[in-house]
Design a binder for this molecule. Structure first.
Ligand code: HEC
Length: 142
């Protein structure tokens, strides 16, 4: 009688635990559905890059990426930086055609405004020119 009662309680607990474990492994891969999981305001989507193709910004873009982004996104933006393991959301590799198919304004929004685990950089990268230098750098990773 007692034994049956324990079984009755353990079974749902085991199922619940297994479910949680499964969810922990499944959810990070589910969030690779980017860019769909970004809700970017039209104002940003349509924003024109005033520095498109400006090679004089290459160095500063690379430098800013190394300073602010590399720790999570990795050296060449594959999403494999040292901090990547502690992120719940999976980062998109910047060489992915789906990522590169976005407009410069969308990439600007993701890079500077961010969301959830992707930090906001408005106070860290102040100059518009520097912000676009970062966007240009991400473009160069295709
Ligand atoms: C603390 C870790 C961290 C840092 C630092 C960081 N990012 Fe991210 N970034 C993320 C995560 C996590 C995501 C995925 C967000 C999501 O999809 O929910 C992301 C997403 C992005 C995306 C959209 C593509 C994608 O993978 O979803 C861009 C673009 C981006 N980051 C650019 C940058 C740039 C540029 C910098 C530096 C100025 C930077 N990030 C710094 C963690 C970081």
């Amino acid at each position: 009688m007692k034994k049956g009662k324990i079984k009755f309680l353990t079974y749902p607990l085991v199922v619940l635990f297994a479910g949680m474990l499964l969810a922990a492994f499944v959810s990070p891969t589910e969030s690779t559905n980017m860019p769909e999981n970004w809700d970017i305001p039209a104002k940003y989507k349509e924003m024109k890059n005033p520095h498109a193709g400006d090679a004089s910004l290459d160095r500063v873009g690379k430098m800013l990426f190394a300073k602010h982004c590399k720790s999570c996104h990795g050296n060449i933006g594959l999403g494999d930086g040292p901090k990547a393991a502690s992120m719940t959301a999976k980062m998109m590799p910047f060489n992915d055609p789906k990522f590169q198919a976005q407009t410069d304004g969308e990439i600007y929004y993701q890079s500077i405004i961010g969301m959830e685990e992707m930090p906001n950089f408005e106070k860290k990268i102040l100059e518009e020119e520097d912000r676009w230098a970062v966007v240009n750098f991400l473009r160069s990773l295709k």
